[in-house]
Ligand binder design. Sequence first.
Ligand code: UTP
Length: 500
Amino acid sequence: MAKGTPSFTSESLAALKQRYSNAGQAHVLKFFEDLEDETAAAFFNQLSGIDIERCNEFFDRTVRSPAGAEEEESVELEPLASGSFASALEGGSQADDLAQWRAEGMRLIRENKVAVILLAGGQGTRLGSSAPKGCYDIGLPSGKGLFEIQAERIKRLQQIAAGAGEQPATIPWLVMTSGPTSAATQKKFADSAFFGLKQEDVFFFNQGVLPCFDLDGKIMLESRGRVAVAPDGNGGIYEALRLSGALDWLRARGVEHVHSYCVDNCLVRVADPVFVGYAALRGAECGALVVPKKSWDEPVGVICMRNGRYGVVEYSEISTETAQLTRPGTASELAYNAGNICNHYYSLDFLQNRVPDIEASLEHHVAKKKITSVDIDSGDVVKPTKPNGIKLERFVFDVFPFVHKMAILEVDRKDQFSPLKNAPGAGVDCPETSRSDLIAQCIRFAEAAGATVQRAADGQEPSFEISALVSYAGEGLESLSGKTLAGDQLITDLDNIVVV
Ligand code: UTP
């Protein structure tokens, strides 16, 4: 029998029970009286911290009577008009434009006006690693994990933006974690001495969690004394940025522009000066990098216009006929071709002054999942074989429809996007593709600088890596010109390379 503990009294427990009963969720307390004191106290705290009425409302709005369900039927899609986005692909923008955007981005970085936000709250269920995705070693010669690769790009960019011999610029790094990833992420950073960055320039913040619901809207229990919860989706970034004080922290540092990206993209150009410069020069509130789809049926969301506003159409929502449409005057260029890679720009003004008013309008999405939970009748924990529950998530791109000025930039997939989603051996978006895409990029960097990288006679992919501390995006490699480089090597110092 749970006794009153310092954390609750019989009155406060009765009030809590009444609240959950009024909300139609009294079942969560069914086993309360049987809990050990410590578990009961923790459970009381967990239940007290859940805004149960608000959670019910989210479920009702999202699952029972989703707002816009009727509208959804008649959603009018339009591709992005050709003049409404820029392209950094060959034959896209003029070299002058790219140089101008890059110079502007570099200037802003040099003036310490650019920060980056890493979305690292996902549970990475498809990858199946117990550690956060950012710790994952994709098999590079250096053995570096994704966090480390990103940190080194920040470090290098801080140096090149400032110029040789100058004090490096500062690019604050905000890391969004969630219950499942927070402790292990912070430990990894601490154990790695912040990968050579200054600890004071890194800001961890946690996104929110929401209870998991069964298909009838009842909150699920992970154990008799704990509600099953899940992170509220990468769209939880907006509320979390505000509640954690991150926006005020950025403002106090004089930051004006923010780049956000996913932890699982080994090719991400963190704080990409071209993108930041492009968006800033356009005076954009928000921006997105996109890549051309590989084929009309590639399972990727596409940025387009939905009922006249910016939005993303998921691959499951788009008809074959629409997905196959081509641009007028072209035989093969897809009209819906702006593959969304979850790589965004924000002005701090937008995040701080406009998003708080938008937040309440951001709907949740339903993710049906297999959730191990307590059977309320028997009290036993049951592992389901098919989806039995619902996680409610917001998506980071849900703000797009509210954006007044958007900056969309098309970039080359092979240079900027290779996501790690699936377990080893999957053959697509897995550790092997991440490794090989990054190595291929390092080889291209060396070859663009005029070097030749030796390939094995059997055509095996070399293990060739250039540390991001040496080159952020292929710059600074002039000394490699005319040299034939051993294919299997890790270059961390240009004065120390293996030439054949
Ligand atoms: P994904 O949607 O690919 O999810 O996240 P995931 O957790 O990495 O993988 P699965 O679906 O469980 O297999 C895209 C990006 O959004 C972040 C992830 O960390 C990743 O950078 N994310 C996702 C969050 O930050 N919070 C979330 O609640 C969900």
